[in-house]
Unconditional design. Structure first.
Length: 327
């Protein structure tokens, strides 16, 4: 009798421990270092945001956060590494707007729906920038000149063919009912190269973020005509929105979001979002972003996901309309 009672009690304790074990494991998270994957190279803007967040999350979570650059495939390699990791909270990453472009080009099957989007922590609206001595007083005058001039009179640059700033230009031209062939695109290694080419007279327009042109704007060598944003940017209060300047509803920002593989446990997800918000609100992050001219934007999981989804649809429409989407 006693033996049967002992066996029954032991079985009950074992069952109770088995039920309690997952809860204990979850509430103890994180118990070991976390890896943050950056899909772009060291030294760039996304790498900088990832590294400052890694430092701040390490302070908030009490575990090392190791930043790892996984580059290649125009962002495909790094984004895939994030999405395919175990959804246990020990792998997170920085997702960029290229996730809304790659699948339209059939570079990957990945979309934003393959991630748990935790927060958007940065967004830099596109803009229209011309050389300081350009003859157009505002964006409306530039638009009218493009409409009335032979194709190729105005050339633009700021990224590779089919890159985000090329799509920004195409989206604007479509919104103004201007044939996209009117403004040929000159591929470059990025906004800095495009701006340098413009100052040298090689092209007449760069539609990248005003933040990337800040040093040349401050030096009086580049003139910003408009911002592709809902409101004027705090760093450029005298630059009108595109809506104000021409009436166009086109908007586009490059953004950076903190994400994890799809399927995070709810308690881990909640802890991560809380830690990310604390990092975002910290003076260290705010000062870091302001010093570099990066746009400070906070959006929690639901709002960030809605923004990413809207951009996916918007960019898909542009790419299909201009032949840049895979057929």
């Amino acid at each position: 009798m006693f033996r049967r009672q002992l066996i029954a009690a032991s079985a009950a304790i074992t069952a109770a421990l088995a039920l309690a074990a997952p809860v204990a494991a979850q509430t103890a998270w994180p118990e070991r270092p976390i890896e943050m994957i950056v899909p772009w190279g060291a030294g760039g803007g996304t790498d900088a945001v990832g590294r400052i967040f890694g430092q701040l999350l390490q302070q908030n979570l009490g575990q090392p956060v190791n930043v790892v650059n996984r580059t290649g495939g125009s962002g495909v390699v790094g984004h895939t590494a994030i999405a395919r990791a175990r959804p246990d909270g020990y792998t997170i990453g920085v997702m960029t707007i290229e996730i809304d472009m790659m699948h339209w080009q059939e570079l990957t099957d990945l979309t934003y729906e393959d991630f748990d989007i935790l927060a958007m922590v940065n967004a830099d609206p596109g803009g229209l920038m011309v050389e300081a001595d350009a003859p157009w007083a505002d964006a409306a005058a530039l638009r009218d000149h493009i409409k009335s001039s032979p194709p190729g009179t105005i050339k633009a640059s700021g990224t590779g063919q089919g890159g985000i700033w090329h799509l920004n230009l195409l989206g604007w031209l479509l919104s103004e009912d201007i044939p996209v062939t009117n403004v040929p695109w000159v591929p470059s290694e990025g906004s800095v190269a495009g701006l340098t080419d413009m100052v040298a007279g090689g092209v007449q327009l760069v539609p990248s973020s005003l933040a990337e042109g800040r040093s040349l704007i401050d030096a009086g060598r580049v003139r910003p005509l408009a911002s592709m944003s809902d409101e004027r940017q705090a760093l450029f209060p005298d630059v009108p929105t595109l809506k104000e300047a021409t009436g166009s509803d086109w908007k586009l920002s490059v953004w950076r979001t903190i994400v994890a593989p799809k399927g995070l446990p709810e308690d881990v997800r909640a802890k991560l979002v809380e830690a990310i918000k604390a990092a975002y609100d910290s003076p260290d992050y705010q000062n870091f972003m302001n010093e570099r001219g990066f746009g400070l934007v906070w959006a929690g999981p639901e709002d960030a996901t809605a923004q990413v989804a809207a951009d996916d649809a918007r960019l898909g429409e542009v790419m299909k309309a201009t032949g840049l989407a895979a057929q």
